[in-house]
Design a protein around this ligand. Structure first.
Ligand SMILES: C[S@@+](CC[C@H](N)C(=O)[O-])C[C@H]1O[C@@H](n2cnc3c(N)ncnc32)[C@H](O)[C@@H]1O
Length: 322
């Protein structure tokens, strides 16, 4: 963990939709910000510069190495705001912020993984780098991808790969996994990628860059990563906390009246619940949509940072209650 934190270069992860995020969240001097997914601190550093020395930034990340790196990066800024570190799942960030007696004016969740996590073979996130089938953002969380792949039933694997990977060949892939398990446990990323390849047809992306050829294991790896890190459950819990707070007339809570909340998502499974909850709050008059339509990267950003290609930013501003 320290190894990753110490030797990580800030440029190893380019923050997505940075200017657009700053413009939509509009942090001002003296405010309190919560970055639910601090990562390497790219967005957080930009927000920190806007809120300045009279403000505070709470940094949350499941990955202790990333959190340590982001906190050090903010602390090294000239005129840095106060920094509070929250290691763990952002699903718990609202409760932990309230326990610290902090209320956020600005909240950001930039979902998924950071580039150095994907590039580190030991994290097991990449099908092209040989490594253990781990995939956990938080190394203390209980379930690894290897445990799922080696213990779920064929039906459970097919459902998981279909639902979280939106993979049409999920049944064929699940069958291949069960067959492979008969020879012994599936232990490495490249072993898994090869088994999936034997069960899946050649694939193309279906998103903004429709038609681009992708590795046959892309969707299966996505499904396992989402399951291992309970990514959709965590997002649902965060959105539920925003909804609860927006609906209640609390004297004090983890969100200040008029707070802005932004989410950057990378696929439709993430964007759909954000769109639904933000839309529902706007319809009930509990929030305003700062972004009427999701903000997507320019062609220039996609060229410079291909990882940004499927990003969507949505931001709301809570309506202050009487
Ligand atoms: C896309 S990166 C964030 C990058 C960051 N915005 C930056 O500019 O450097 C996502 C980060 O969120 C963390 N993460 C993902 N899901 C999480 C969750 N449910 N709770 C806490 N951290 C999470 C990952 O460990 C990763 O460091």
């Amino acid at each position: 963990m320290l190894r990753t934190a110490r030797f990580m270069d800030d440029r190893a992860h380019i923050p997505v939709l940075l200017e657009e995020t700053l413009a939509a969240l509009a942090p001002t001097p003296g405010q309190t910000a919560l970055d639910c997914t601090a990562g390497l601190g790219g967005h957080a550093a930009a927000i920190a510069q806007q809120i300045g020395p009279t403000g505070r930034i709470a940094l949350c990340d499941a990955d202790p190495g990333n959190l340590e790196h982001a906190a050090a990066r903010i602390a090294a800024l000239t005129d840095a705001p106060a920094v509070t570190g929250i290691q763990g799942n952002f699903a718990d960030a609202p409760r932990r912020l309230a326990e610290l007696d902090l209320s956020a004016d600005v909240v950001l969740a930039d979902l998924g993984f950071s580039s150095p996590q994907m590039a580190d073979p030991q994290r097991g996130l990449s099908f092209s780098r040989e490594g253990p089938l781990d995939m956990r953002f938080d190394p203390s969380s209980p379930v690894t991808a290897a445990e799922l792949v080696n213990t779920l039933t064929e039906q459970e694997l097919a459902d998981l790969i279909y639902e979280l990977g939106e993979e049409r060949d999920s049944r064929r892939i699940a069958r291949k996994l069960i067959e492979a398990r008969e020879a012994g446990p599936i232990e490495t990323t490249t072993q898994l990628a090869e088994i999936v390849r034997s069960g899946a047809r050649p694939q193309q992306s279906r998103g903004r860059d429709r038609g681009r050829r992708i590795h046959p294991a892309t969707r299966t790896f996505q499904a396992l990563r989402i399951a291992v890190n309970d990514e959709l459950g965590s997002l649902a819990a965060l959105l539920e906390a925003v909804k609860r707070t927006a609906s209640a007339s609390l004297e004090k809570s983890w969100l200040r009246p008029g707070a802005r909340v932004g989410v950057i998502s990378f696929h439709s499974l993430e964007d759909r619940p954000v769109k639904r909850v933000f839309g529902e709050l706007a319809q009930r008059g509990l929030a305003q949509l700062v972004t009427r339509k999701p903000i997507t990267p320019t062609e220039a950003e996609v060229q410079a940072n291909p990882r940004s290609r499927s990003a969507k930013l949505r931001v709301i501003e809570l309506t202050p209650r009487a």
